[in-house]
Design a protein around this ligand. Structure first.
Ligand SMILES: Cc1cc2nc3c(=O)[nH]c(=O)nc-3n(C[C@H](O)[C@H](O)[C@H](O)COP(=O)(O)OP(=O)(O)OC[C@H]3O[C@@H](n4cnc5c(N)ncnc54)[C@H](O)[C@@H]3O)c2cc1C
Length: 342
């Protein structure tokens, strides 16, 4: 009998991430359209805060609980997922493309003699057959494909499905105990080390992407550079809006090339052809020219605005919905002031 297994893991705060709930929507859709039952597997230390899953009405819920499953560790995660999969014997396995699952699921697919497709962005059913869509070659091409081999594991990319909304409900579950050995648990998790960017500036779930370009470091109308002021304005804006920070290649390269730079800007922030292609509802570009290798990274930003002194910059060539021809220092200072009244 065909079955769909939806896999979730709790986060550090024992909650489910937004991506997990988006992926649950994908699994529900698949179950409804293929008319096959949905089952759930949850891995974590404490599953108290996962009650929303019950309102997706799964046929059964299996858990693997315990302190040793709180954090990502390849050996214990692979064992936990394998244990659930052997119990459920699913045809399709749907999971969020979190870093934790992205790391372990390809190995699990191998152990189960199945197949895996990562970062799935759409699902469709044709003639009772499941098709998935995913991007290739840095989101320049996409393919729609299907497979016959099972179990077929799919990890869901962020921003493609609505977040699952439901009420929290108590649920009954079967707790499985994997047969672990000490060697599987010998890697100890001592904590996290973040990139040296002062604060967490990458927020994939933020509504707004704020992009800073190299213009922030250039000589301004009075003939001086104002990097300290730029850093203050940008960080104040990020604090007030909770936006995610992006940068152009020129601005992120500055520190590695030994120039005076924005200390919190790293290569992880780079948006564009050789950087990231984030998906946020809105984007605001400041002091960035909007050249094609940069703007191509804005492909999935729905509403785009830019602030640039140059009325002929790239954003004016149809790449932004609104271009404010203005001094970004003055604009962001004013916006920060307005935001502080809120
Ligand atoms: C193969 C290749 C791959 C590349 N990949 C990427 C990539 O992934 N991402 C990327 O970003 N770039 C990439 N580039 C580089 C890209 O072509 C541009 O060089 C880069 O994006 C320029 O960065 P910028 O717009 O921040 O800087 P600049 O071109 O220096 O533009 C600065 C802008 O700031 C404006 N400005 C200055 N002061 C103010 C002010 N006070 N208020 C408002 N505006 C102001 C100026 O008018 C100017 O438009 C790539 C290039 C190549 C060849």
């Amino acid at each position: 009998m065909n079955k769909i297994l939806f896999l979730a893991h709790t986060e550090e705060n024992d909650e489910l991430s937004r991506l997990t709930l988006e992926s649950l929507t994908a699994a529900k859709k698949m179950s409804a359209e293929l008319n096959i039952p949905l089952l759930v597997g949850i891995i974590g230390d404490n599953i108290e805060k996962t009650k929303i899953i019950a309102s997706a009405a799964p046929e059964a819920i299996f858990t693997i609980q315990g302190e040793e499953f709180k954090y990502s560790r390849y050996s214990s995660d692979a064992l936990a997922i394998e244990t659930i999969c052997k119990e459920v014997a699913p045809t399709y396995i749907v999971a969020p493309a979190t870093s934790r699952f992205s790391r372990v699921l390809p190995g699990v697919a191998h152990r189960l003699s199945g197949e895996i497709d990562t970062f799935v962005s759409a699902l469709s059913i044709d003639n009772n057959k499941l098709f998935i869509t995913r991007w290739y070659y840095r989101q320049r091409m996409y393919a729609t494909l299907t497979r016959t081999k099972t179990p077929w594991i799919m990890t869901i990319a962020p921003g493609n499905f609505e977040k699952f909304e439901g009420s929290e409900q108590d649920f009954s579950f079967t707790n499985l105990t994997p047969t672990s050995t000490d060697t599987l648990m010998q890697t100890k998790i001592e904590g996290f080390v973040s990139p040296n960017c002062g604060k967490q500036t990458l927020k994939p779930e933020a509504e707004l992407l704020f992009v800073a370009g190299a213009g922030w470091s250039k000589k301004q109308s009075d003939g001086n550079t104002k990097l300290a002021k730029a850093a203050e304005l940008i960080l104040d804006f990020l604090n007030k809006t909770d936006a995610s920070l992006g940068g152009s290649k020129s601005v992120v390269d500055m520190s590695s090339e030994g120039e005076e730079a924005l200390s919190f800007m790293t290569h992880l922030n780079q948006v564009g052809q050789t950087g990231a292609t984030p998906s946020h509802k809105k984007g605001l570009s400041t002091c960035c020219h909007g050249e094609e290798p940069h703007a191509v990274g804005w492909r999935f930003i729905n509403e785009r605005r830019a602030v640039n002194l140059d009325p002929n910059c790239g954003w004016a060539q149809g790449k932004a919905d609104v271009l404010y021809v203005a001094d970004a220092f003055a604009v962001i200072e004013k916006v920060n002031k307005i935001l502080s009244y809120k």
